[in-house]
Design a protein around this ligand. Sequence first.
Ligand code: PLP
Length: 394
Amino acid sequence: MQFKTMSVHSGQRIDPQTGALTTPLYQSSTFSYVTAQAGKDRFAGQSAGFIYSRFGNPTTAELEQKLAVLEGADEALVVASGMAAVSAIMYALADSGDEVAYIGPLYGGTDAFLKQTFSRAGIKVSAYESDHDLLANIRPATKVILFETLTNPTLKVVDPRLVVEAARKVGAITVCDNTFLTPYLLRPLALGIDIVMHSGTKYLGGHGDIIAGVVAGSHALMKSIRTVALKHIGSPIGPQEAYLLQRGVKTLPLRMDAHQHNAQKVAEFLAAHTAVKRVIYPGLASHPGHDALGAFASGFGGVVSIELAGGFERCAALLDNLQLFVQAVSLGDLESLACHPASTTHAAMDEVTRLAAGVTDDLIRFSIGVEDAGDLIADLATALTRLSPAATTS
Ligand SMILES: *Cc1c(COP(=O)(O)O)cnc(C)c1O
């Protein structure tokens, strides 16, 4: 079956009791086991059945089956947020004394988790600049490698095939945050990656109404990640959020096609505009990762970043001139969003790291929505026209 068919049908069954077509919302914290012996058996794992919604819930379980099919994984796990996914994966896979490698820059929350909290468990965290840097310099002590396929907000491309090659040298476990591309555009497990994760808040949910996280991989690795995430850290998704996430996932291919179509048009418009210093979108042939991404993924995603000469003041003027784009962080919503990363999402990062990651004061990030591309371009054109010319010194 093709992805579009699987995203609608997989992991879904007609409710045997009522005939309900869509996954029912089981808004219950606990599940009765009728007899004491049945309770004993269920707790011992000798009989199937739900016990308590922190360990598992029928609405969430159907969603997990759908996501496992879409990722080509043995098993998927849905948790309360992308950060809950990252932290459970890392705590489950690394022990004190181990070394964890990542390719930077990472999502700000992940970067802060690794450096401020996770490192306190006696785990060494080391950064690499690119897939090639990792391949050339990986250390034998490395136990886990974490990377994002498209980094935020500068859209650097990391090739999962090179990460797998580096990991094989030292026997490390590979973890891919594929939030920006989604399984519709890339299935990292098919390239040999061990664990794939997402912020389900973004494209998978797709409607800007939930916070969620997804992890998928082999039964062997997922067993401990599931236990840590649900039983120890205690970060299950609520059934209402699981219901909304499964509804969102059904239209993922339709929405991604629209996001990408619009992103390409917007990027081409901005690239031709004299007021814009630089456009960063992997769908443009000028992007350094264009060919690499084209070789391992089936699309370029829906995030476009630009640089405007003039720092915060001029970026703020452009953002304030926009009528249709909404000023907000996050991405993957139906609505087009715009933000100035240096003063918002990356404000907590120290300046040296931030500038080294390319998050300058001149940078604006757009999450391109599913509106009409012409309307989005008209909004940008008007906002750019109203902008005063950049000072010639900048
Ligand atoms: C948003 C995001 C996260 C964190 O996800 P939450 O759902 O906000 O906890 C992790 N990684 C990437 C790439 C993200 O964009």
